[in-house]
Design a protein around this ligand. Structure first.
Ligand code: SF4
Length: 66
């Protein structure tokens, strides 16, 4: 059984690796970024089941198997 996938289109410019943004390096392109993202680097953690993520606001999503 196949689940529906949500397509997330990123906007914004990819930051320069020579001058990365503070905090989370993805924050300039992240639709969920908040003030905390500019201040703290998120640590890679296994928060939800067996899927590690490095995000202050990771949330559980259904697994899609194709
Ligand atoms: S920590 Fe999570 S919510 Fe914040 S910018 Fe990074 S990926 Fe986005």
């Amino acid at each position: 059984m196949r689940g529906k996938r949500e397509v997330i289109r990123l906007t914004g410019d990819v930051p320069s690796p020579a001058n990365p943004p503070s905090g989370c390096r993805f924050r300039t392109r992240c639709w969920k970024a908040q003030d905390r993202c500019a201040e703290e680097v998120p640590q890679l953690e296994v928060r939800l089941g067996d899927h590690p993520s490095a995000c202050h606001f990771a949330e559980e999503r259904p697994h899609v198997v194709s």
